[in-house]
Design a protein around this ligand. Structure first.
Ligand code: DHB
Length: 389
């Protein structure tokens, strides 16, 4: 009797867990919630929560459950967490990835487990080539750096020093800026690469000043801009006549307002500004601030918000089916209106196609913002576009 009862209880448990597995779609969200890139984690986590608050948690009859894990920004941890999420939690999606090495560490797992990997933050061009199961809702550095070079040439800048963080996205920024700038007749006086971890910009800023360029082109990842600007001012470069130009990672909405009026007039290029003038963005910024004690969303938040949109819409298209191939087929070519403007997922590369905006830092209602004044529409990743030709 006892034995039969136990078997029946075990069978009931199995059935219950099978039913639950059917009804819940799990999204493993891996972010740096602590460590030097914690601001990226904080922004994306807040955006994912907002997306679910606005759109509900049921999609195609299934409950979407987000499991948040902190990888502290260390690739070995990202990889272990992804493995655990796939094997133990049976997630249907892996998402997040605050830095390029973290996104790359998970690519073999996505391929092997046939689980879509939604890259919400990292920006090195090659990431999407690391697995056919990767799709990106963030940006590539070449997308923003090429328009920055183009603007510079058209506005009388002839000699530039580049200064970038020494890893994937920095090298992409340096190379894509230099290639375009030189092709248009400009000169690169120095190409400076600063360590990603614990950067001391002072010796590099000295070198940049010594080269006497018209402008200094800078990329540092989200969360590092304020420290760069502090040292830029401490070394007196703001008074040197050398123009500061940058990708919008430097004039990050998360830190910009704290950088001070020295930033007014800095020209930069990027995919998102909290000041983007559209009804969709106004609603997004207002709801995000309301839910997060007034915190302003940055480009990472938008990458997270749109990444959740991709998850929801893919599930709608598959009728709730979580087969990895079906989800990827649903993702390819998807197009929608993001708070940043119109975006789509390139069906050939699974990378994002989006507008890039030329912006000028200015004061609006007493706060510093990146104010957009020109738009380059529907930019594909220039690195992959060049490879195809
Ligand atoms: C990456 C990280 C960032 O914070 C950023 O602003 C751009 C790129 C990256 O590691 O790919």
């Amino acid at each position: 009797m006892l034995r039969r009862g136990l078997i029946a209880a075990a069978a009931a448990t199995l059935l219950a867990s099978a039913a639950q597995a059917q009804e819940t779609v799990k999204v493993g969200l891996i972010l740096p919630m602590t460590g030097p890139s914690a601001s990226t984690g904080k922004q994306i986590d807040a955006a994912v929560k907002l997306y679910q608050a606005v759109n509900g948690t049921t999609v195609a009859g299934k409950k979407v459950e987000v499991i948040l894990k902190d990888d502290t920004g260390v690739a070995d941890i990202t990889k272990r967490l992804a493995q655990e999420l796939v094997v133990n939690d049976k997630v249907a999606f892996l998402a997040g990835f605050g830095l390029t090495p973290l996104a790359l560490a998970v690519a073999p797992i996505a391929t092997q487990a046939r689980v879509p990997e939604i890259v919400m933050a990292a920006g090195t061009s090659t990431i999407t080539e690391a697995s056919p199961f990767i799709a990106r809702t963030s940006f590539t550095l070449a997308q923003s750096s090429v328009p920055m070079a183009d603007w510079s040439i058209k506005n009388g800048i002839k000699k530039v020093v580049t200064l970038v963080s020494d890893y994937g996205p920095g090298i992409d920024a340096e190379k894509s800026f230099a290639e375009k700038f030189k092709a248009e007749g400009g000169t690169i006086a120095e190409s400076l690469r600063v360590p990603l971890r614990n950067p001391d910009f002072a010796p590099f800023l000295q070198k940049a000043a010594d080269a006497k360029p018209d402008a200094l082109f800078v990329f540092v990842p989200s969360g590092f801009g304020a420290q760069f600007v502090k040292q830029f001012v401490e070394r007196g470069l703001d008074k040197s006549g050398i123009k500061l130009i940058a990708t919008g990672d430097v004039t990050d909405d998360d830190q910009l307002n704290g950088m001070g009026d020295v930033m007014i007039g800095v020209i930069n290029t990027h995919n998102y500004s909290a000041a983007h003038d559209s009804p969709a963005n106004k609603a997004f910024v207002e709801a995000f601030k309301k839910a997060n004690n007034g915190m302003r969303p940055n480009f990472m938040a938008v990458g997270g918000y749109d990444g959740m949109h991709l998850v929801y819409e893919a599930l709608k298209k598959t009728g709730g089916a979580t087969d990895g191939e079906k989800l990827m087929a649903a993702i390819k070519g998807m197009a929608w209106e993001s708070p940043r403007g119109p975006i789509s997922i390139d069906p050939d590369t699974r990378d994002i196609i989006q507008n890039i905006y030329v912006r000028k830092v200015d004061k609006q209602n007493g706060e510093l913002y990146n104010v957009e004044f020109a738009t380059i529409p529907n930019v594909k990743d220039p690195v992959k576009a060049a490879k195809k030709n």
